[in-house]
Design a protein around this ligand. Structure first.
Ligand code: SPQ
Length: 426
């Protein structure tokens, strides 16, 4: 796919459904009694992987009048699947399903694509094993494919070494099947969609600071869920709206959960003009319309507890930093190395190819803004967030940018191109 310098972005956009919340609505709906009705579900490839895994375990999931209906079979209603469960490219599917499977009365093998087979699973295998789970990496390299033999589980108090919603959620979901209370404490608070949504399904779960506590459940109950727009998808247009001169756009229905809204806080800290003319609640999650106006940005330091609240937005923030005045330093973001690609290396290599002054550090990067960028051939590493980030960087660069591995955007944002075109007016 090819991109070049853009006219000002104008108009408004409805942001597609949140990926994290869409995954969870299928999973918890499958474990609940009765039907869960999901509106504004994200039909990205990752969430479709979650649907196909649960269908393979006997859950009837259908689409009706634009909504997804999950006909749940209760906490003990899953069936042993025929064959291997394929989680595709999705870390969320792999890790959260592992927590659920640990407490079933059947065995399963689950795997995913080339990228998933390189992502660390030791981080969930360790706490789940402490709960009594029988889980092993078939190649003994700490990665998928994983073999899980369902087993009786007991509650634990676990302190995670990394702030990760996937690790926290895997342990909490296993906790639904344990024989006592399960506690998870994180070094900093990661996204809390699991805690919010499990509570609305009737689970006995509470949060105190960075600790979440769950008691075993006897039953969950089907819900009606309105999925808010995904702030991680909105982030690409936030950056474009702030940077392409003369732009003013309205991004409608963006989830602004405080464990996810770091990108708004950081762009504002850099001088970005983002207003919220309308805030409301959407399916138990705070949401807003965001009015974004172009202007000049300046560099900043991004570190510490804010990192988990903008972890997936760091690539596009790093690209925006190239057009800001002065230096932007990103620290405490070593987790970027174990995403769909090594996002620190992928960002720095590709930004440099466009002429940016960018430097890789052990747990982040340093970007000195102000150098004009030029078009280049970008290697997305088949990572959706890297591909879309460079489509945005190209809108402010001289000449043409070519992103050959483009189809990966289907993972989280199948309509990205159409939405970008609608704002540019072609
Ligand atoms: O699902 P996956 O592949 O891990 O997706 C990513 C993404 O960029 O879309 C990360 F690569 O998002 C994760 C996010 O980084 C989704 C997620 C969740 O839904 O719980 C939590 C974060 O991961 P982690 O490892 O910090 O828990």
């Amino acid at each position: 796919m090819k991109f070049s310098r853009s006219a000002p972005l104008k108009g408004s956009l409805e942001i597609p459904g949140d990926k994290s919340i869409s995954h969870r609505s299928i999973m918890f709906g499958a474990l609940a009694k009765g039907t869960t009705e999901i509106s504004h579900f994200l039909k990205g490839a990752d969430c479709l992987s979650t649907i196909s895994c649960f269908r393979q375990m006997g859950i009837d999931i259908e689409e009706k009048d634009g909504k997804i209906l999950v006909h749940g079979k209760g906490l003990h209603g899953l069936q042993k699947p025929e064959g291997v469960l394929d989680c595709g490219n999705s870390g969320t599917t792999t890790r959260l399903i592992s927590g659920i499977l640990a407490g079933q009365d059947f065995d399963v093998t689950l795997t995913g694509d080339e990228s998933i087979q390189k992502r660390p699973m030791g981080r969930i295998m360790e706490p789940l094993s402490r709960m009594g789970a029988q889980i092993r990496s078939i190649k003994e390299n700490g990665c998928a494919p994983l073999f899980i033999q369902g087993a009786p589980l007991h509650g634990i108090c676990y302190s995670t070494p990394v702030a990760s919603a996937q690790v926290k959620s895997a342990v909490l979901l296993a906790g639904l099947y344990a024989d006592g209370e399960t506690q998870v404490t994180e070094p900093a608070l990661s996204r809390d969609h699991t805690e919010r949504m499990l509570s609305s399904f009737g689970a006995d779960i509470r949060s105190e600071g960075t600790t979440a506590v769950i008691r075993p459940a006897s039953e969950l109950y089907g819900q009606s869920i309105q999925v808010p727009g995904d702030i991680s998808s909105a982030a690409f247009f936030l950056a474009a709206g702030l940077l392409v001169p003369g732009s003013q756009i309205l991004l409608r229905n963006v989830g602004i959960n405080p464990t996810r809204d770091g990108v708004i806080r950081v762009f504002r800290q850099m001088g970005g003009r983002i207003e919220m003319p309308h805030t409301y609640l959407c399916g138990g999650e705070p949401a807003a319309d965001l009015l974004v106006s172009a202007g000049s940005l300046h560099g900043t330091v991004i570190e510490g507890d804010v990192i988990p609240t903008l972890i997936d937005e760091l690539p596009v923030i790093a690209a925006a930093a190239c057009f800001a005045e002065g230096e932007t330093v990103i620290r405490d973001a070593g987790e970027l190395k174990v995403k769909e690609s090594n996002r620190i290396e992928a960002m720095v290599t590709n930004l440099r190819a466009m002429g940016a002054d960018a430097e890789e550090t052990e747990d982040g990067m340093i970007i000195r803004g102000g150098r004009p960028l030029h078009g280049a051939v970008i290697s997305s590493r088949n990572d959706h967030r890297i591909a879309m980030t460079f489509a945005i960087a190209a809108l402010m660069a001289e000449g043409e940018t070519h992103i050959p591995e483009w189809n990966c955007v289907d993972i989280s944002y199948p309509d990205f191109l159409a939405d970008l075109r609608s704002l540019i007016g072609y």
